[in-house]
Structures are given as C-alpha cells and as structure tokens.
Ligand binder design. Structure first.
Ligand code: TMP
Ligand code: ASP
Length: 238
C-alpha cells in the first residue's frame, strides 16, 4: 500500500501528493470547479469522484491504443495513483468544431466544422490568461525541444482520432479538448487528466452541451451532464 506524503501542489480542480515511492504521486480530484482562469470558482458535490472514474476509463482506453500516459490505478473514490512527470508548461488543444476562444479570436460561428482538426498550443499561466503560443515561443523560451514539440502534436492528434471514434459510437460529439504532457526518464507521456472539465462534448442529435460549458455559462446540471457522458460511454462510476 502506497503511503500518502506531503502535498506537492494544489491546482484549481486537483491536488498532487508525494508518496513513499518517489516515482509515484497521488492525484486527488476536488469538487472545486473553476473557469475563466480561476475567476469563477464553485464547489460541485460529487464532481471529484465522477472525474476520477472518468479519467481512469479514458486513460486506460488511450493506453490500449498506444498513447502512453501516467495513469496507474484508482486508489480511492476521488484519488488515483499516477507516475511522477516533469510537466511541460504547455496546453495542447485540438478542435473538431468551433467553440469557445477560437470563436471570439477569429469571429467564427459556434459549431463550424474544423477540417482537418485544428491543433493549438497555449502557455499555462493563469495570470496571463493562458495565451495562445506557437512552436517558436516554445523553443525560444526553452519550454520544450523540437522533438518533444513534434511528439506532443502527434500524440494529441492521435488521441483526438481515438476519442472522436469512442464518443461518436456513444452518439456524442467531441468538440474540442485540452491535454498536457510531461517527461519520465526522458520519455514523453500524457499527464494531467482527461475529464469533462477539459473538453467540450455535445449530444450528436440535439447539440446539447454536456461539459464544463454548463458551469461556465451557468446552465446547471453540471455533474448530471458529466454522469450522462460517462453513462453513454459505459463508464462505471461506482
Ligand atoms: P478554449 O475554447 O477556452 O480555448 O478551450 C478549448 C478547450 O480546451 C475546451 O474544451 C476547454 C479546454 N481548456 C481547458 O480545459 N483549460 C484551459 O486552460 C484551456 C486554455 C482550454
Ligand atoms: N480550467 C481553466 C480555468 O479555470 C479554463 C476554463 O476551463 O475555463 O480557467
């Protein structure tokens, strides 16, 4: 049994703890829900446990489909054991349909299909509002080398193909998502989480929003919608 040690860091939706094994961390999912770079924060009862199970299912599915990631096992209803990674301060976003910041930035109508899917890098910094960056910023500021930049793009687009199919089979549209990578012994792995907090998912027929936009836009039924996605994907939340 892995022993939980001191707090490594606490973020807006999760906390990371050291363990007695230096190569492993405990990731705790909180009920805290944040948006707009932490300007809107609320507690949503039950969200942490739903996201923990959701993430585990997606990470296991990605592992089976050759996307290496840090997830090891669920250890508690709201906790998982993960490999300790040296994270890049970068967010990788893929968009299959226009929504969110790209609509504002480029004046697009929500729902417009992006063909081929659009890949974007963002710099992870709440105070700066997670600005859009490109490969040149990443190499110039030493945030990652060219090989890792290519690996992040390649793995993110592969993750997109795998998950678009998974969601489509459940009559869901994976509109966009954000993922993060890190290194363990020089090897690049998908880290952080994949949950409805970090993606947009719509019902295929009605286009109903089932993700964190329900919180951002004050639409209500946040956890209920996350549970609906999980239920359709066959994810066991117990
Ligand atoms: P955006 O439309 O705000 O740029 O977000 C695109 C997708 O990435 C959306 O599913 C939300 C997710 N995302 C995060 O979860 N955290 C972030 O900091 C950013 C920039 C995006
Ligand atoms: N998770 C980020 C934040 O708290 C972005 C978002 O989801 O709106 O600001």
């Amino acid at each position: 049994m892995l022993e939980r040690k001191e707090l490594l860091k606490t973020g807006k939706a999760k906390s990371l703890y050291h363990t007695d094994d230096p190569s492993k961390l405990i990731m705790e999912y909180k009920d805290d829900t944040s948006a707009f770079d932490g300007k809107k924060i609320e507690q949503i009862a039950g969200k942490g446990t739903v996201n923990n199970r959701f993430n585990s299912h997606i990470m296991e599915h990605l592992k089976k489909n050759d996307i290496p990631n840090h997830h090891l096992e669920v250890s508690n209803p709201n906790e998982s054991i993960v490999m300790s990674l040296d994270m890049f301060p970068i967010e990788c976003v893929v968009r299959n349909f226009a929504a969110g910041s790209i609509c504002k930035r480029l004046g697009l109508e929500e729902g417009m299909k992006m063909e081929p899917p659009i890949f974007e890098f963002f710099y992870k910094d709440d105070e700066l509002g997670d600005p859009l960056i490109n490969d040149c910023h990443i190499t110039a500021f030493g945030w990652a080398n060219e090989k890792d930049i290519e690996a992040m793009k390649d793995l993110t687009l592969k993750t997109n193909s795998i998950l678009v199919s998974l969601f489509d089979a459940a009559d869901l549209i994976l509109v966009d998502f954000k993922i993060e990578f890190g290194l363990a012994d020089g090897k690049i792995l998908l880290g952080d989480e994949f949950t409805p907090d970090g993606c947009r998912v719509w019902d295929k027929e009605t286009k109903k929003k089932l993700d964190k936009d329900r919180f951002r836009l004050g639409l209500g039924d946040v956890v209920e919608s996350y549970q609906e996605i999980a239920h359709r994907l066959g994810i066991d939340l117990t």
